[in-house]
Design a protein around this ligand. Structure first.
Ligand code: SF4
Length: 346
């Protein structure tokens, strides 16, 4: 199978074109067709000669974008699902707010990390997405957004799967998303969220991409975290925080810690104190998210006052803390809720 042109970095395309004896400026022309015009066939590239289009078609694949199935929740959150060539289904979510339009991107079909509060985990793990499939989510969502004259302003790798468990493909997709000749997203507008995959975090630190990092924390003691997040049995909190302390951040960057509040489980005064201790010395902000109950899960959602009480405890200790509203609950598009309604298979 040929590599997709959509995963080709500008320098790589330039090298291929040089091999073909083509001028340098062709690279920008082709990139424009692929990313700005979202061309779905070589024939659309009318300012590229037929001969060159033929040569490119021998080196790269350029397939039509998949047709999305959309589910718009009452709050405007739009879950976009599409079927891949092997019949598995991938989902991305467009989350509109007044001043931004965020796309939540998936990196795997299902997930192997089995967090106890997560709907995606109930699906099991099917496979990692290719870099092309990750990029296709962005392109399809861009098309959907353009229909309402909107542009995607922010990207979060927070959908199905653990992005750092699909390292090569996610990092390639990130490089394409950041490349000025391709998507040209600002590194400040992209966030990768991880369960705390230590080898992946170490490798990502070396890439120097400068994107934002979010960690799904949800508990500040190994005992509790291992109960609700089996990944903690592989990468315990001391190891994770040693890695985070060395993660390169620029002066204004902070690591976001996501903390799902589960009724009666992780929001006592003791939990707050442990969290404050853990985050000491790390430029951080905490996002509190109320657990979204779903059928078959033993946990309960907290009340608003329980969330506010926990927030106030953290604020009193000087931790920057906000409460994130779950979005799109009625279409299962809130955090940890990606997965199909009903049959439990992707
Ligand atoms: S919360 Fe994230 S890492 Fe945990 S099972 Fe769900 S998708 Fe996987």
């Amino acid at each position: 199978m040929l590599p997709s042109i959509r995963t080709c970095l500008p320098a790589e395309l330039e090298a291929v074109l040089a091999e073909m004896g083509e001028k340098k400026y062709r690279m920008a022309q082709i990139m424009r067709w692929v990313f700005a015009e979202r061309a779905e066939s070589w024939d659309e590239m009318t300012n590229i000669s037929k001969v060159l289009r033929g040569k490119l078609a021998e080196r790269f694949e350029l397939l039509p974008l998949p047709v999305p199935e959309e589910h718009v929740a009452k709050d405007g959150t739009n879950k976009i699902a599409f079927r891949l060539s092997d019949n598995s289904v991938v989902e991305a979510v467009l989350i509109p707010t007044e001043d931004r339009l965020t796309l939540c991107v998936s990196s795997q079909v299902g997930c192997k990390f089995n967090c106890a509060f997560c709907r995606t985990a109930t699906l099991g793990f099917f496979r990692s997405l290719t870099a092309d499939e990750i990029i296709q989510q962005v392109m399809v969502a861009q098309k959907v957004a353009a229909r309402d004259s909107r542009r995607i302003t922010n990207l979060v790798f927070m959908g199905m799967g653990e992005p750092l468990d699909n390292y090569e493909n996610v990092v390639r997709a990130l490089k394409v998303l950041l490349a000025p000749e391709a998507f040209d997203y600002s590194r400040r507008k992209i966030t990768l969220s991880s369960v705390g995959h230590v080898p992946g975090l170490r490798a990502l630190a070396q890439e120097g991409l400068g994107i934002n990092l979010a960690i799904s924390l949800h508990a500040a003691s190994d005992e509790l975290r291992s109960q609700i997040m089996p990944a903690n049995r592989i990468w315990a909190l001391d190891e994770l925080f040693e890695t985070l302390k060395r993660f390169p951040l620029d002066q204004r960057q902070r690591i976001t810690f996501e903390y799902i509040i589960i009724k009666g489980l992780n929001h006592s005064a003791h939990d707050a104190n442990l969290l404050v201790k853990r985050l000491h010395g790390i430029p951080s902000k905490v996002n509190l998210i109320g657990f979204n109950a779903f059928a078959g899960c033993r946990f309960e959602s907290p009340s608003e006052s329980e969330m506010v009480e926990f927030q106030e405890r953290l604020l009193a200790k000087g931790l920057s803390t906000s409460i994130r509203l779950a979005r799109g609950d009625d279409e299962l598009a809130a955090c940890g809720q990606l997965g199909r309604k009903g049959d439990g298979t992707p």
